[in-house]
Design a protein around this ligand. Sequence first.
Ligand code: GLC
Length: 563
Amino acid sequence: MTRMTSTTSLTAQNATSAPWWRDSVIYQLYVRSFTDSDGDGVGDLDGITARLDHIAALGVDGLWLNPCYPSPNRDGGYDVADYTDIDARYGGLAAFERLRDAAHAHGLKVLMDLVPNHCSADHAWFRQAVAADPGSAERARFIFRDGRGPDGSEPPNNWQSTFGGPAWTRLTAPDGTPEQWYLHSFDTSQPDFDWSDPEVGDMFEDVLRLWFDRGIDGFRIDVAYAMVKHPDLPDLDDPDGDNPYSWNQPGVHEIFRRWRRVADSYGRDLTLLGEVWLPAAEAADYIRPGELNQVFYFDLLQQPFDAAAFRRSIGEALDGLKQAEGVPAWTLNSHDVHRAVTRYGLTVPEPPRTTDINALRTRARGAVNTALGIARAKAALLLLLALPGSVYLYQGEELGLPEVQELPDEARQDPIWERSGHTEHGRDGSRVPLPWTAAAEGNFGFSTARPTAPAWLPQPAWFADFAIDAEAADPASVLAFYRQALSARRGLDRDAPTEWLDLRRDDAIALRRGDHVCVTVFDGPPLEPPADWGRLVISSEGAAVETSVVAANTTVWFQRSGS
Ligand code: GLC
């Protein structure tokens, strides 16, 4: 029998009058890969509108659209050419308005993706900057510098791009003369803005207002800790390590105080969610009073499926974020990492060929035990749903989809693949268009207009095993479990504090939230729940589970009887 004692009282974040986003569950849509309504093999907004029932039936509170602005798509739309419009390939502004209205009619909130650190090299401002002279107002909107060394042929400093290779590219004048260099923290097609130029901040305030006026409910903010650079752009001691001069500079918080004032001026609970890859204590700074409402907590997603790792990571978040006004946004999946099924089911890792710490932690490759990965991913999800804060799901995880590791190299589109000199495969494997029908031929129902059109990334034959039509008809499917789990979350007491329980074993963790207990057994012998935990509410093993004993790779919720 397990004994437990209540330890620290961690947080009581959710007031009954809490705004909708405080404990919301949001479904992330990689627009190009959800549903193609016009037969070009690329997903679009009318495709999402046509299949909103699938999202609504999950029981989520809203959706987040990955960037769908006009873009040359060198980095999946994170290279924005025009912040004020919707790309014609996704149906243009009219399709956006249809989706917004349909989502709101389903009671779903709509979040857009804002990319303020950089734009596309095709953006009008960057084209003007390239055409203008060094020292001009047009160049001041970006980070242009003269090169070092003889003839300025060396980059201005030794910073590396997040995607591999130098963070600087040199311009060439129309007559072939080499010219100034510009900074790009990501791909060469993504020039970084210079946020010390007031025009940049003013432009983004206009963008915020434009989309709020168009009725959206909030923004996910891309690399929200990157916009402000150290003014001297100093060399790094270790160019392959972290860049403390480019990330998490104190000045970035001033931007969010300004944006929060804008959002609050609308008086309708708009939300601002930051993408920051930081430890809990630093992430907490982004949700201080008057700043962002939500901040992604990616530390957990970088941990192996291990009790001590999860206990530490979750504990640091709950401790670090408890003084904040905003909430952590928990997530296990996104378009930037290998799917959780693959991360947790990896049994024989391939030797890594990269030194990128993020890739090592979130995109390891190798042989996968899919059944094990699915069991663990479901257990991890049920644990996440018990925590205070919001939860972000990524399309396809509700099917238990593994990562597509075996894409043909010539199909890969992520700039990481090229920029890393083919040492890092990148993120395409989590972006493969969804399988809607198990039918063997064509694109698994991804394209409603042309069932045989090739999808923009090739789908493997085993996608048939994860098709939405089959899972929707199967009460034992991962999809059925997701629906039950989200429904169970609505029974949690939002006002209750979260307390760790001491299980006297180090291969399982448990926490109490109000009259619920959530226990996860990562490894080791089955756990016999004490009688005072109450009745079994839901198990990640599925609805058919007949015993309240908790086996390895499983999460179970209990609830005290009579409550
Ligand atoms: C964020 C996005 C990622 C993109 C990068 C550059 O990390 O999630 O997909 O490549 O920013 O915009």
